[in-house]
Design a protein around this ligand. Structure first.
Ligand code: GLA
Ligand code: GLA
Length: 666
């Protein structure tokens, strides 16, 4: 993994005091000129320091090919600057204008059935279209040339949420680019045929031109072709990101550039661990999905984002003050949740808290999406909460620039395993990679033990315990790293369906999990996934779902920590060098994992940093000397047993939804 670079916002006054940034996407083009003064005044009242501008403005900035209208944007930039508000200026390429798609329908994506994805929404462009790229880069060049000297310009916002709607394109452009990508990966067709296992089902290729993206087929398309297409699609968008960035670096080398990631929920198509090195600072968008462990998911996403950023501060580009518009039922946030959600991101390293969007739209598909300034105006609970959060962030300024304090335990997150483990024609289609990782994270939270969520390529050697849930794809080199980690004194924990295939999605033979078999001291002869209505009872009182393994113990020193009712081992652990290697063969869910993890942590000598009464009830995250304590319960929590100078909240009591920030020097 290349080291993530880090260059934070350009400030007009480089000597200005560090601060936590606060703001939103701002779409003034949706409003009459008369609204803009009021916008800037209300932003100032709320403590806004930065807005993202012109994200979807292409059609207004270039109303016809080569004809530009920058007057309105010049004026907005000037107004914001006069109001002391910095601009994260978009390259404006996220949504191509109608004149472009009318003239060049060949930029429109094609789905796997061959159907055109038509304009009318947004992001209807092929990542690999040379025509789109030429037009987009021309606009980027014009934008950079025009605004390079503008004092409001604090950062570049490349496109927007790359891949949100257009990541998988099966067009002829994609087919051609896929072939180029495959040639670079494999060199010759013999290597591709071997990697793709094309002896199967008469798929042998005799010419590169015969190769296609995995379009709708009669039955399951080749799995390695599918996995490579996922890799290629992430790379194709990354390549586009690099192309915009190159223009910006050429014209404005002193202005940092970012693009907003979507580390949240089931957004899985972009390998952000691989993208993070391409931008000057990491930005993320996060929207809470309702559910019993929604807060854990928020924390998990923020935690992972912080580690994509190499532990350094990152930019929360979007989240919501209340309801969104794209879930089946869009529930408003309760009082206090806006601040709690924001501060959870800050706890995990965000030095900017921004929302989609500033003023709630009156027209368009997002008119029911919440904003900082709602339809009902300033005299609202939401706007009062927005103003209060601005105050809070001002008081938390000393936190800005501080790095996350590493935990002693980590959960490994791997996009390739996510992609591969959920492909079709598997033992079960119920497996959810990210959910298993989240379950372990929830178990850590329930035990009051901090865990970092780190990309698989991260250096693991500093961690005393590493959980690698469903680490499905284990190339030989990764197996070597994990073995060296355990032999060097680390405690490795892995689960069902880990270590099953190599980088080509070929099964490791002679019993699962091939390259980890010896390290774990086990051998799995057969998978035994569970139907939805079946459970596996364990002799320690826990219940497994989803999966079981027909497993035998092969190492004399393997300890069976729990067995299935038929006596077969379910959870194992063995010493390995100076460390250990443990295996959990079924899905236990957060409640079942907590006692198992608790025991493994004790064995690894890792305890909670929290007083007993707070464990599980409070989430702890640490930046520099600052302890963030987040109430995870529905009731008040007394903070007895923790000293420290409160920077926010009280050192004595956490209200429901409350957050306290204590300064506790080492
Ligand atoms: C995404 C986009 C925004 C907006 C929000 C709504 O994050 O980047 O433009 O559509 O979703 O939730
Ligand atoms: C059918 C096919 C076989 C094989 C099996 C798998 O019977 O003829 O080639 O795919 O299904 O169940």
């Amino acid at each position: 993994m290349s080291p993530t670079p880090h260059r934070w916002l350009r400030r007009t006054d480089p000597a200005a005091a560090p601060r936590l940034e606060y703001g939103a996407d701002y779409n003034p083009e949706q409003w009459p000129r008369s609204t803009w003064d009021d916008d800037v005044a209300a932003m100032r009242a709320a403590g806004v320091t930065v807005v993202s501008l012109a994200i979807f403005s292409w059609a207004l900035l270039e109303p016809a090919e080569g004809e530009h209208d920058f007057g309105w944007l010049d004026e907005v930039m000037d107004m914001l600057h006069a109001g002391g508000i910095a601009v994260d200026l978009a390259t404006a390429t996220a949504s191509p204008p109608p004149w472009l798609t009318a003239k060049h329908p060949e930029i429109l994506p094609v789905d796997r059935h061959g159907a055109t994805v038509w304009p009318g929404g947004r992001q209807h462009w092929r990542p690999t279209s040379p025509v789109f790229r030429a037009h987009a880069l021309r606009l980027v060049r014009t934008m950079a040339g025009r605004y390079r000297e503008h004092p409001a310009l604090t950062a570049w916002h490349i496109s927007n949420e790359l891949g949100c709607h257009n990541v998988y394109d099966y067009s002829e452009d994609a087919a051609a680019a896929f072939r180029v990508w495959l040639r670079a990966r494999y060199g010759d067709l013999a290597a591709l045929n071997a990697a793709w296992g094309t002896a199967f089902w008469s798929q042998h290729y005799g010419d590169w031109q015969q190769i296609l993206p995995p379009r709708q087929a009669a039955t399951h398309p080749n799995p390695t072709q599918q996995l490579d297409f996922k890799r290629f699609s992430s790379d194709a968008l990354k390549d586009y990101l690099r192309a915009e960035r190159a223009v910006l670096r050429e014209l404005t080398p002193d202005v940092p550039a970012t693009t907003n990631f979507m580390v949240m929920g089931d957004q899985k198509a972009m390998d952000y661990a691989d993208w993070a090195a391409e931008i000057d600072f990491v930005s993320n968008d996060h929207y809470v999905r309702r559910g019993p462990r929604a807060l854990d998911e928020l924390s998990f996403s923020a935690n992972l984002t912080g580690h994509l950023a190499g532990g350094r501060p990152w930019f929360l580009m979007e989240h919501s003050t209340g309801a969104v518009n794209w879930q089946p039922v869009n529930v408003a946030k309760k009082p206090g949740e806006l601040a709690r959600d924001s501060l959870t991101h800050v706890a995990h390293g965000a030095d900017a808290v921004c929302f989609f969007q500033w003023r709630q739209s009156a027209a368009g598909a997002e008119k029911y999406h919440s904003a900082m300034l709602p339809h009902a105006g300033r005299d609202t609970e939401v706007f009062r909460s927005v103003v209060a959060l601005g105050d809070t962030l001002r008081r938390l300024a000393p936190v800005s620039g501080t790095a996350r304090r590493p935990a002693r335990a980590a959960i490994v997150f791997d996009w390739t395993s996510w992609w591969a483990s959920e492909q079709d024609s598997h033992p079960t289609d119920r497996l959810r990679y990210r959910q298993e990782a989240l379950d372990w994270y929830s178990a850590f939270l329930d035990l009051g033990v901090r865990a970092d969520v780190v990309p698989v390529a991260a250096d693991l050697s500093g961690y005393d315990l590493v959980v690698a849930p469903v680490l499905h794809v284990v190339p030989a080199a990764l197996a070597d790293r994990l073995r060296a980690y355990a032999h060097g004194g680390g405690h490795l924990v892995t689960t069902y369906f880990s270590g099953i295939v190599d980088e080509h999605d070929h099964v490791w033979l002679d019993g699962y999990p091939g390259p980890l078999r010896e390290l774990l001291g086990i051998r799995v002869e057969e998978f035994a996934p569970l139907p939805d209505d079946e459970r596996a009872e364990l002799d320690n009182g826990l219940t497994g779902t989803l999966w079981t393994d027909r497993l035998t113990v092969t190492g004399a020193d393997v300890e069976v920590l729990a067995s299935y009712s038929d006596g077969g081992p379910a959870i194992t652990r063995r010493p390995a060098g100076a460390g250990s290697a443990a295996y959990v063969s079924t899905r236990l869910g957060p409640d079942g994992l907590a006692p198992v993890l608790g025991e493994l942590l004790v064995r690894a000598g890792i305890g909670s940093e929290l007083p007993v009464a707070l464990r599980g009830r409070v989430e702890l995250a640490v930046r520099g000397d600052f302890w963030f304590l987040i109430n995870r319960t529905a009731g008040p929590v007394e903070l007895a047993g923790l000293d420290g100078e409160p920077l926010h909240g009280s050192a004595a009591l956490l209200e429901p939804g409350g957050v306290a920030v204590l300064r506790r020097p080492e």
